[in-house]
Design a protein around this ligand. Sequence first.
Ligand code: HH2
Length: 301
Amino acid sequence: MTAVSRLDSLARTAQSDRMIANKPISASTTGAALLPALLSRPYPAVMGVLNVTPDSFSDGGQFASPERALAQARKMIAEGADIIDIGAESTRPYGGSQPVTAKEELKRLQPVLADVVSLGVPVSIDSMKSEVVAWALDAGAAIANDVWGLQRDSGMAALVAARHSPVIIMHNRDRADPAIDIMKDISGFFARSLDIAAKAGVLPGQIVLDPGIGFGKTPAQSMITLARLDELRSFGLPLLVGASRKRFISTVSPSEPDQRLGGSIAAHLIAAQRGAAIIRTHDVAETVQALRVAAAIREQQ
Ligand code: HH2
């Protein structure tokens, strides 16, 4: 058996396990039906990160070739990912990476996006540029993931409204300010984004809010955000949390990004307990297991 066919058969077995454990969400479930389908489980949906970039903070360059990207997407689906989040520009949570043009982002996505879509789970496009998101939605992506919460690219809100696609509105700031009340800042940002969304005609049922762990926040503010995540439930919208491998973990337990699995799982379990409906992670198998075990234990209470 070749490595590729071994991976395929592993994917098939794990996928059928997944189908028994929780109804799979097919890529043909789109628009208004997609979020309710993803959020109908007893534990959060899991979004697997696929960075087709040379410079992402934790896995830059690892999946830049189309073959490796596709293999990684297959692996994450086999491990139980409900969504694949593909990004072709580092969002630079910690600076250091180069901004890229829409043209460059598209050049990185074109050889791989349609193949990832064809694997059969919903794909989200992690881009702050409406031109890139428009292309990706045309190519079969189902969700827009905007790390500037509809506030950077003036065309983003109208685009997602016109396509009836779910959108992830993430909190962000140009720089961290240790003096501010971060929960108040996040709530104010969400209120502005929701106003932009409403004016553009985005339906509330299509919106997911994400406090943006590690973005424009000190490490302490990232931890405050996780500890007080339940306060954001007052918006009445599903919450997404992506704490995977982020730097705040290293301030508690010094570690390189790829050594932060334990801290990532701790953060994600707390996020799930505080109401997160979607968890964004680089480490799908371990995260799915942790979420399912935590949910099973809670059921015994
Ligand atoms: N984090 C990153 C990128 N996109 N999108 C959402 N909605 N939430 C997040 O927390 C989030 C995100 C950063 O992680 P990664 O994609 O691995 O890094 P990079 O942006 O350097 O590619």
